[in-house]
Write a protein that binds this ligand. Structure first.
Ligand SMILES: Cc1cc2nc3c(=O)[nH]c(=O)nc-3n(C[C@H](O)[C@H](O)[C@H](O)COP(=O)(O)O)c2cc1C
Length: 167
């Protein structure tokens, strides 16, 4: 497997925690991890596989650092890369905008054909989510606020699912 770069933005540390779990599941030799606060475009371009993660803030907002970094990212040619997305949210407190940050991140990526890792909506309870497209989430959704007991199993199942598709 070619090396994967995991890029996360995290305000309270939850998305970082999930990014680290994903790295563990992929194996530390297979994946490097970066806080987007400290990352340059050149670092992103070094990887054939990208895993991008954000939490949700406000209605439709990505985590703050993503709001800045996305403009840099969309300038890069990512068309030859495999990209998988994950997003955090809180379905109990924000059922009208659950995991919207993930939906916005997906929406902002100019090429969608190389995005892998869609995830079932079964097991979550919410009214609306911008991360849901055609009956599935566009990436892994983690609710470490109201379903923390499911975080580990969801991550390990998703990593198994995408591993075969990574380059
Ligand atoms: C002010 C505020 C607004 C939030 N807005 C949303 C939201 O619209 N949708 C959602 O699903 N979660 C929302 N959340 C929940 C966070 O996305 C969730 O707690 C996440 O795990 C935080 O991850 P982080 O620590 O990596 O930033 C919000 C949390 C706060 C404190």
């Amino acid at each position: 497997m070619k090396k994967t770069g995991i890029f996360f933005g995290s305000s309270l540390g939850k998305t970082e925690k999930v990014a680290r779990l994903i790295q563990e599941q992929l194996g530390k030799n297979n994946a490097d991890i970066f806080d987007i606060k400290k990352v340059t475009p050149g670092t992103v371009l070094k990887y054939d596989n990208l895993i991008l993660g954000t939490s949700a803030w406000g209605i439709g907002d990505m985590q703050d650092d993503w709001e800045d970094f996305i403009d840099t990212l969309v300038e890069l040619d990512l068309s030859e890369k495999k990209i998988a997305l994950f997003g955090l949210g809180d379905q109990k407190k924000y059922p009208e905008s659950f995991a919207d940050g993930l939906g916005t991140l997906y929406c902002r990526l100019p090429v969608k054909t190389n995005i892998i890792g869609a995830w079932p909506v079964k097991g979550y309870s919410y009214y609306c989510s911008m991360a849901e497209k055609e009956g599935v989430f566009v990436g892994l959704v983690i609710d470490d606020d109201s379903q923390p007991e499911l975080t580990h199993s969801r991550v390990s199942e998703w990593v198994k699912q995408i591993s075969g598709e990574l380059k």
